[in-house]
Design a protein around this ligand. Structure first.
Ligand code: ATP
Length: 238
């Protein structure tokens, strides 16, 4: 029997200005897996992740947590249930220092004041390089460093489910692995579930358990990463 998904979308329809992008999508994020969502530009990957996190209103369908439908899938409801979202483009405030960014995130994640220090140390233990630039304004960091801040911020709530939208944008493969390897290690140690949207498919598949390919607002294929190791197979999906 398959375990109840941590997070699921059922028959999701969503779009912009009355134009649907998602065309009745079903998706399940299972406990303790890294699920990689791939697909060409404009396929609807970001829209799907945003719909799951309550950032795009649903035209139809429902978002489920632990098998139960959410009456109102809002970012606040999902965050309170242990889901964290790392947006495409990092979404950090360039004028704040990294320390300020992380302290603000701890507050926003409702970490009790007495626990904030320990929680920050926990995140810095996972992403130790964050210690090197604590006093720097986030806007002065490189793309990869900013991405690390964005992921660190998402981890502060100790999520059981992490949604990441194209964390590799602008990063060399080595930097991508430096960034994602600690997340994979954390996921394996804690059983966290991760939904990873990626264009950098070869690198993403190295740390994924399952792959979904999207095209024109629909899921067109589910595969194990090994099935897509062959370039020709992968190209069929694009
Ligand atoms: P990419 O890999 O390029 O980020 P994607 O697969 O994440 O692409 P989406 O960003 O979900 O795709 O976009 C799906 C479709 O929705 C595209 O046609 C895009 O132009 C459109 N779209 C995305 N955001 C908006 C918006 N805010 N308003 C109107 N249309 C949008």
């Amino acid at each position: 029997m398959t375990a109840t998904p941590v997070l699921a979308g059922r028959a999701l329809v969503a779009g912009y200005g009355g134009r649907p992008v998602l065309d009745g999508i079903d998706i399940e994020l299972r406990p303790g897996e890294v699920l990689c969502l791939i697909g060409h530009n404009g396929a609807g990957k970001t829209t799907l992740v945003k719909a799951l996190f309550g950032l795009v209103p649903l035209g139809a369908g429902e978002v489920q947590l632990d098998g139960r439908p959410l009456a109102r899938p809002t970012p606040a409801a999902l965050a309170a249930a242990g889901v964290a979202y790392v947006p495409e483009g990092r979404g950090i405030f360039p004028g704040l220092t990294v320390d300020e960014t992380l302290r603000m995130a701890a507050w926003a994640a409702c970490v009790p004041a007495a626990e904030r220090g320990a929680r920050l140390d926990w995140v810095l233990g996972i992403l130790p390089r964050l210690r090197e630039f604590g006093g720097r304004r986030a806007g002065t960091l490189s793309g990869g460093e900013q991405q690390m801040v964005s992921i660190g911020r998402a981890l502060l709530g100790r999520p059981r489910c992490l949604l990441m939208d194209e964390p590799s944008i602008g990063l060399a493969p080595k930097l991508f692995q430096d960034l994602l390897r600690p997340i994979r290690a954390l996921q394996q140690a804690t059983g966290m579930s991760v939904l990873l949207v990626e264009q950098n498919v070869h690198e993403a598949l190295k740390i994924s358990d399952r792959v979904l390919a999207m095209k024109s607002g629909a899921i067109i294929r589910e595969a194990a990463p090994a099935e897509l190791a062959d370039n020709a197979r992968l190209m069929e999906l694009y």
